[in-house]
Structures are given as structure tokens and as C-alpha cells.
Design a protein. Sequence first.
Length: 95
Amino acid sequence: MSPRPPAPDHAARQRVIAERARNVLLDAGAGGGKTSLLVDRLLDLVAPADPSARALPMDRIAAVTFTRRAAGELSTRVRQALLALDRKSTRLNSS
């Protein structure tokens, strides 16, 4: 299977993920990728890919959704992403 091409707004999404000086508001219709973008942003805030960036404690982050279902989905995806990152880190450190 060939890799998926980047989204047309890929550069803007990367800026949202990397933004550290300001809060970010995402507003998009259903299926616009809000949850995926939020997960990527939250992951980069608590476990930055850039070694010079400071990790932000989880208790300093507020992510607001409009429904409990969306909040549950966001929570599940963030947990899965953090666990995957931890497994990757464990594999790299044990090599």
C-alpha cells in the first residue's frame, strides 16, 4: 500500500501542532480531522519531538469539546498515542 499524500492544509496543520506561544482554536466540520490534529498537538505538547522544546505537564492542558462522545474519543486517542510512543521509546532504549 502506498503512503497517503499529505492533506492540502498540511503546512497549516504542522504550524498548529508546533505552536507553543499561543492557544489554538480548531473549527471545522465533521470529518475535518479536528480530533487527529488535537491528538498530534497534545502529544507534541507533553512529549515534544523537538528536543529543545519543554514538555508541558498534562494537568496544564485544557482541551474542550462540544460533546461527551467527542471528549471520550479524544481521551482514548491521546491515551493510545502516548502508549504507542512509550512502547517505541522502550524499544529504542532497549536496543
